[in-house]
Write a protein that binds this ligand. Sequence first.
Ligand SMILES: [Zn+2]
Length: 853
Amino acid sequence: MPGTNLTRDEAATRAAILAVESYTIDLDLTVSDKVFESTTVIRFSCSEPGASTFADLVDATIHEVTLNGRALDPSEVYRDSRITLDGLEADNELRVFCELPYSHTGEGLHRFVDPADGRVYLYSQFEVPDARRVYTTFEQPDLKSTFTFNVTAPEGWKVVSNSPSPAPEALDEGKAIWRFEPTKRMSTYITALVAGEYHEVQHTYVGKHGEIPLGHYCRQSLVEFLDVDELVKITEQGFAFFEEAFDFPYPFGKYDQLYVPEYNMGAMENAGCITLRDEYLPRSRQPRSFYEFRCSVILHEMAHMWFGDLVTMKWWDDLWLNESFAEWACYHAEVEATEFTDSWTGFANARKQTGYRQDQLPSTHPIAADNHDLQAVEVNFDMITYAKGASVLKQLVAWVGLEDFQAGLQQYFKDFAYGNSEFSDLLAALEKSSGRELGGWAQEWLQTAGVNTLTAEFETDADGRYSSLAVRQCAHPDWPTLRRHRIGVGLYDAVPNSQGEDRLVRRQYVEIDVEGELTEIPELVGAQQPDLLLLNDSDLTYAKIRLDQRSLATVVNGLSKLDDSLARALVWGAAWDMTRDAEMRASDFVALVLRNIGAETDSWGVSRIPTYAAQAVNHFSAKANRPQLRAEWERGLRDLLAAAEPGSDHQLTFARSYAGIAHSDAAIADLEALLDGSLTFDGLAVDQDLRWVLLTSLAAAGVAGDDRIDEELGRDHTISGQEHAAAARAARPDAEAKATAWEAAITKTDTPNETQRSIILSFQRPGQDDVLAPYVEHYLTAADDIWERLGTQRASTALEFIFPRQLASPELLERVDAWLESSPANPAAKRYVREGRADVARALAAQARDAVD
Ligand SMILES: [Zn+2]
């Protein structure tokens, strides 16, 4: 059995004979700053006395293992992260006493010392299989149990877990012990422990089923940024909405939200003990899209309390359902219960695009992936699972109707509370509530991969009316499934408003079912051809759409004349897809953005679309056109920045984007002047985070060196400052700076996860081809064994984001192909390399398209 893997079959075998009654877990966090002590007592029954099984534990120094009073020799029974348990009785007690290391990768029990004040903070992160890095477990979601934690820690710390925090009992030597009440029955991966010198604020939510204590926690150095009133407001809106919509009281008593440092993901749905990355407590000005996203994260985790924590997947095959549901539910709740009423537009502009992108990589997979073991789960934890899954659930809601969907869901929670279920159980509940057969729908949407493309095919008569109109559906040859789509079709014309300004106004809208290769739309035959024909109007389905020539001309000249933000999002998305697919010139996409972004009103549209344009400039433009396009993008952003409303999100986004492209002498001088205060824009605060953006761009341009970065770090003695400084150094265009950054991010094994990520995201820069050239070979050499050396989290970050996309060329493709043939790297590592290769191939095709006038 290789290392820490666990197969679905092994888990099923173990679940077939075991039932777990309780865990009692004693943790001593006062041993040292490197390790902690962990004592686990598991009481469980076995339906086949005499049988064998195993418990899970990773990286432990075991002092003692006792099974039913029998002492076992750790050197004999502990191997490959498992403890072999032979000769089980009907009722068993396993006791394991061991020492375990603190983590610096955000997996297991992470330990962090705040450089701002030297205070210590710990938090656990267990999904997918990492509870076994903190205590002895049966690490699979369907062996639910109760958990009793007893935690010894320095007195004065806060200690938080799934049960309410008890008053600590004082011990000697400045220590105390927190004895928690047993939890409700739950899976190991949603148990949690957060401990340290955290700041705590308590509120109480009074809802239809009674009171829920609400705790908010953060580091002491972030207290001034904890906008707790806003966070409590969103939390209360969420509880009011979900308790009503799910018709089931919140199951876990209290609800703590803890903002923690160096966190890998957005947040984690530990039952009643939510951990969130503490970048969500911003110290600097952020655009509305930031707050909209934070709100969606808070609601996503809350939805998991029911869907995931109360009713839990049997095995990770249904991970997609867990995440897709929480994702769909959070946008739905955001629209229905918070101030972010147009969140589905933001979803279309940003999140959904990540699903389309992932679905067109060679590594794409069906939403319902075959997660036969834990390695497969880790690989499939991607945007197919989140963004595509949520889009497809949105289509399912359109298919069965919201009311029936909700009724089925309510019954499902009642039927499976505190237990485990599979997707078929939910589908059966929805079939019952809606009276519709859903097996066929599930087959074509969930068990096949790839995205369809919808194109209008039409002819017009002498008067410009449609004499025929149909939707052609196609698919990539590797993923040939055609699906049934419920879509809207909108016809928009330019019509002068009362001030005599042209607006694009919807004249007609129909909803149709698309099926097979060609779907006629007889309802629209005879209609005058509009200025803009928009397929998938209302964004009901998940598909790429194409714009016909006339529609494209209409939007390039005046997308901002279209008042509906969701319709605009579909147009932005269609144009971006056409650019990525080499059907629209990168230069034309950049022109579209420069002409129309100033009038975009959706918060995600404003902040995300300029990043697409930057990608078009730096990756998709023909090499011959690139200098000119870079100059146009730089100049255009300078003009947009100057024209933006003082204090607006537009102004902030254009300032960041301008810094991102700045390369001419004039632009570099602007950045310097913004930093020293000699250039100002009314309403634009050059706060600490914007200072780092400006300085990093100067570093990338070769203008600011180590001395200036050190000086800035002197002003900003925080972990955020250290991460920004590491990123700025990695951006510098000289061989020594790149070598140092590479060493920290790829070679060393003790660089903290978030610092490593900052370096990696900053390393590959446009305009630095010479200094980056040696890193093709360095990358491929590192990729051979990086997974084993750095572990899942840091290896995947490195392989994905430090791939030399910047150096796209046919030679690079050839070199990567040869590596893929010969490298001993494991499939998970090769997946990321294959994805990088696909991005390069796509960029080369787009560059060729851009070269043709
Ligand atoms: Zn989730």
